[in-house]
Design a protein. Structure first.
Length: 428
């Protein structure tokens, strides 16, 4: 898309500095707070990344940083103005074939977005959600069984947080057990292409395309098997689903499969890890939750999500002029929503840097700012958090983090790669 690209001076608060995205950053939080107070919509210099270089992209002029809760909601709910399909939802322009193959409804605009989303939504019936919920409870129990049997410190991300979401997706769509580790590794490479550990030393673009191709191949195997022998899983339901005379073709099913494996994995994994950290650092909040877990966990989960803000940023591209907080956004301008800032907005959340499990209301934007792209998997994510936190603290009430976490370098995912935990054998 060609835009006006008005010459503008970049803001003197530089949100594109590499140092701000190499993990948790008090400096980043302070700069975002200053922008919320003084310039809630600011013009930023472009973030440079290896992916831009590999794609041969010219230096873009920059992007609008949207950091207030109210403005993030406004952008989210004006999908007719702010496109998800034009270049994708990350800072970097994504090739059209990547958007089509790996992002499904995440990077579609109306009317196609609505048509595909209606078909996908139709398979998540109350009966199927009940089945998924029962699977999640069983998975959480078995995961905690495994760590109880281990001696000494346990690496939490690998042995707990990363297992549940991928296990849930695998049972939901029918991924065979022998290919689950492969699928997980390639899903991580697609979303974490800017971290060398996720790409196993491969060039980011190669790791991304290899990951997408592998996910599609595994999904096609499942599609072919389900056409021969239907089962009670999501892939069978997607093959059979029809809404208003429309059905999904195989490529659309494979794209949604890739989205489930990528988005359905990392976000819940990160929220679980940030939650165990927060409950360790705030023993008063942990004690409050455990005093009456069943009646308090639903409200607490909303604070887990606000606190973690597992997806930090999403990008849109303006299709026509729009006024936002006194700033004129022109067609073709990139607009980046900072969810991690919106979830700390002092005008919406009292004492937003306090971890408070009694916080209510809690209009966090962990699942987006509303509108047509509100997260389709929000209900399943909450089921997972409730099950794994409940199982952990009922059986291991003194579990706590030890040592320092190892963070993911990313402008997109608020990621923790490793975090050790400890608990006493008696508490198990």
């Amino acid at each position: 898309m060609t835009g006006i690209f008005v010459q503008r001076e970049h803001d003197n608060i530089d949100l594109s500095a590499d140092r701000l995205w190499a993990g948790a950053s008090d400096e980043r939080d302070e700069l975002l707070a200053q922008l919320r107070r003084e310039r809630p919509v600011s013009w930023q210099r472009p973030i440079r990344s290896p992916l831009m270089n590999l794609l041969g992209q010219e230096d873009p002029p920059g992007y609008w940083a949207v950091v207030r809760h109210e403005d993030v909601v406004t952008v989210s709910r004006h999908a007719d103005v702010f496109s998800s399909a034009t270049g994708g939802v990350t800072f970097e322009e994504q090739p059209p074939e990547v958007l089509e193959a790996a992002s499904s409804i995440l990077t579609m605009d109306a009317p196609r977005h609505g048509k595909i989303r209606r078909i996908v939504s139709s398979v998540f019936t109350p009966r199927r959600l009940g089945l998924i919920g029962n699977q999640i409870v069983n998975q959480a129990r078995l995961i905690v069984d495994d760590i109880v049997a281990r001696q000494g410190d346990v690496e939490f991300v690998r042995h707990v947080a990363a297992r549940l979401p991928m296990w849930t997706v695998s049972e939901m769509v029918g991924i065979p057990e022998e290919t689950r580790l492969e699928v997980t590794a390639h899903a991580n490479a697609v979303i974490g292409w800017d971290d060398d550990e996720n790409t196993a030393g491969a060039e980011p673009l190669n790791a991304m395309f290899t990951g997408i191709m592998t996910l599609h191949n595994r999904c096609q195997e499942i599609i072919d098997a389900r056409r021969q022998e239907p089962k009670d899983d999501v892939i069978t339901a997607l093959i059979q689903a029809e809404v208003d005379g429309h059905r999904l073709v195989d490529d659309e099913i494979k794209a949604f499969f890739a989205l489930l494996c990528i988005a359905g994995n990392d976000t819940t994994k990160q929220t679980t890890t940030h939650t165990i950290q927060a409950l360790s650092a705030h023993p008063d909040q942990r004690a409050y939750l455990l005093e009456d877990f069943d009646s308090r966990i639903d409200t607490a989960i909303e604070e887990f999500l606000r606190w973690a803000s597992p997806v930090m940023t999403f990008r849109r591209t303006a299709l026509r002029p729009f006024e936002l907080s006194g700033v004129t956004i022109e067609p073709g301008d990139k607009v980046v929503m900072f969810y991690n800032s919106a979830n700390r907005d002092e005008s919406v959340f009292a004492d937003p840097r306090r971890f408070d499990l009694t916080r209510k209301p809690n209009p966090h934007l962990a699942f987006g700012g509303g509108g047509p792209h509100f997260c389709l998997g929000s209900h399943v994510a909450k089921l997972q958090l409730k099950a794994i936190v409940g199982e952990l603290y009922r059986r291991l009430p003194d579990i706590e983090t030890v040592g320092e976490p190892e963070y993911l370098t990313s402008t997109f995912i608020n990621g923790i790669k490793r975090q050790d935990v400890r608990f006493t054998a008696e508490s198990a």
